[in-house]
Design a protein around this ligand. Structure first.
Ligand code: ZN
Length: 151
């Protein structure tokens, strides 16, 4: 278990130090900003969808703690190329994963690398850091322009 934890920590730190899909997506057709006042995390998620509504490209930018940045980075990797429905299902599954509601996750849902963030469920304050970018993604997909906040 300790080895697993160490591995998870390593993945989180890697994504924090070298976030994937980081920066403004110039040709994004949807974006949403999120903030977590409790920690000071800020994130803007940019989404470019194709004519079928699939996520053709995604990026994020912002400043935040290791958990919020790593979660946003892992999220962009996980949803890039997915359909809107698949992405929304993943948003739900991720929420269950970090709020210790594993039973609610569809058994067919593969969370892959996102599992590294499952440990935050032990730290309620960190759950908001982990879910921030996901709130923003959902707002972007729903075409809601207004900022989202974890509070
Ligand atoms: Zn945070």
């Amino acid at each position: 278990m300790d080895e697993l934890r160490a591995l998870y920590q390593e993945v989180i730190l890697d994504h924090y130090k070298r976030p994937r899909h980081f920066g403004v997506l110039a040709d994004a057709d949807q974006k949403a900003h999120g903030q977590n006042p409790l920690c000071g995390d800020q994130v803007t998620v940019y989404v470019k969808t194709n004519e079928d509504g699939d996520i053709e490209d995604i990026s994020f930018e912002g400043v935040g703690c290791a958990i919020s940045t790593a979660s946003a980075s892992l999220m962009t990797e996980a949803v890039a190329g997915k359909s809107r429905d698949e992405a929304e299902a993943l948003v739900d599954a991720f929420h269950h994963l970090v709020t210790d509601d594993r039973d609610a996750i569809d058994p067919d849902q593969d969370l892959g690398k996102l599992e590294v963030l499952s440990g935050v469920r032990e730290f309620p304050v960190r759950i908001k850091c982990a879910t921030l970018a996901w709130h923003a993604l959902r707002a972007a997909l729903e075409g809601r322009g207004e900022p989202v906040t974890t509070e």
